[in-house]
Design a protein around this ligand. Structure first.
Ligand code: GLA
Length: 402
């Protein structure tokens, strides 16, 4: 009897220790909006409600954006029993009411916390309160948790993120778990059973090609973040994505060409597509970029294979993304400030991908081409592609076998 009991206890302990993340919440990269890039600590319930409204009225919901995510600084204090409260003045109706509102629009609500004692904005972190916080988030109706890595001295990243995974699981409400550890501890090596995506870099900056040094840390522009993705594609796939950070499209630091290139790169990288601008007030150019369904389809492709850099010539990179059903996504990215004439002779190239075991084989296969930014046919791969590419811009095609 004693033996049976011990066996039972061991089995229970083992099953608890191996509880899975909530599977299937990000079969394709998650899409949504996050407050940080534009609003930093200036978050309140009115703005979040208006953003949910705008997600619907702008066409973003229709294009696939689902999550409305509140980043840092929504917090008040912990109560006497240690339960975290939303900031009473900025969220007077409370998080539950806000979640109900967001849900009534057919959208989902995300929140932010931190594995350390404090968040990066100095608000209460979840360290030591993981189970209480996960329970609170579940009671509020939260669907998404971005979990940051400030004030974590002495903690092991994998363990800290596993603790929160377990806490979310225990709380019982399915929550997409977004690891924000900046790539410091190689989350791509251990993140797959833990969360649905992991940040691969430090924070983005609203520029196409720059590095901003803050002393102890740096933020990076689009090209710098892109370059840090080298070698990481083998780790990504359905339900576990490399996260290149929230986007800066529409925040004013980049030209329309650059914003378009930024969005295309994120789509090709199969990164989560989390808008970071004020979607209540968007120019028509910004709306057109964020809601381009054909480009989004590259990102949301069910095969879930991240693209690869096939070649780089004269500062222009040629990227390919294998797609379901034999199609390919193609991006020519002009990293130069000034224009380039490009020529790409499909039949002279040998586009093969060891990861997906796909071969474009332009000698044997016939592909028709569609330009995904103009929406127009671009002929077929039977003749070389010739184009003028403005500086810091892209040409994005979908190649469909016929
Ligand atoms: C870190 C994260 C950012 C943002 C801020 C909030 O820097 O990487 O994305 O969440 O914290 O303070």
């Amino acid at each position: 009897m004693k033996k049976i009991l011990i066996g039972l206890c061991l089995a229970l302990a083992a099953s608890a220790a191996h509880a899975q993340k909530f599977e299937g919440l990000a079969k394709t990269p998650q899409m949504g909006w996050n407050s940080w890039n534009k609003f930093a600590c200036n978050v309140n319930e009115q703005m979040i409600r208006e953003t949910a409204d705008a997600m619907v009225s702008s066409g973003m919901k229709d294009a696939g954006y689902l999550y409305v995510n509140i980043d840092d600084c929504w917090h008040g204090e912990r109560d006497a029993k240690g339960f975290i409260q939303a900031h009473a003045e900025h969220f007077p109706s409370g998080m539950k009411a806000l979640a109900d509102y967001v849900h009534s629009k057919g959208l989902k609500l995300g929140i932010y916390s931190d594995a350390g004692w404090k968040t990066c904005g100095g608000r209460p972190g979840s360290r030591g309160y993981e189970y209480q916080d996960a329970l609170t988030f579940a009671q509020w109706g939260i669907d998404y948790l971005k979990y940051d890595w400030c004030e974590t001295q002495g903690l092991k990243a994998e363990g800290a993120y596993l603790t929160m995974r377990e806490a979310l699981r225990k709380a019982g409400r399915p929550v997409l778990f977004s690891l924000c550890e900046w790539g410091d501890n190689q989350p791509w090596e251990w993140g797959k059973p833990v969360g649905h995506s992991w940040r691969t870099t430090g924070d983005i900056w609203d520029c196409f090609d720059c590095i901003v040094d803050h002393g102890t840390w740096k933020s990076r522009g689009v090209l710098q973040i892109l370059d840090l993705q080298d070698g990481l594609r083998v780790h990504a796939g359905p339900d576990h994505w490399n996260d290149a950070d929230m986007m800066e499209v529409g925040n004013g630091g980049m030209t329309v060409n650059e914003d378009r290139a930024h969005f295309s790169i994120w789509a090709m990288l199969a990164s989560p597509l989390i808008a970071g601008n004020d979607i209540r007030n968007m120019s028509k150019e910004t709306t057109a970029i964020l809601t381009n369904k054909a480009v989004i389809a590259l990102n949301q492709d069910a095969l879930g294979v991240q693209s690869f850099r096939y070649a780089a010539r004269d500062g222009v990179e040629y990227w390919f993304k294998p797609l379901e059903g034999g199609d390919w996504g193609f991006m020519a990215l002009n990293r130069n400030k000034d224009a380039r004439k490009i020529r790409f002779d499909w039949e002279a190239e040998n586009v093969k991908d060891d990861l997906s075991k796909r071969h474009a084989d332009f000698g044997k296969m016939r592909y028709k081409l569609r330009n995904l930014w103009t929406g127009k046919s671009a002929g077929n791969a039977g003749k070389p592609l010739a184009a003028d590419l403005p500086g810091h811009d892209v040409l994005v095609l979908r190649l469909s076998a016929y």
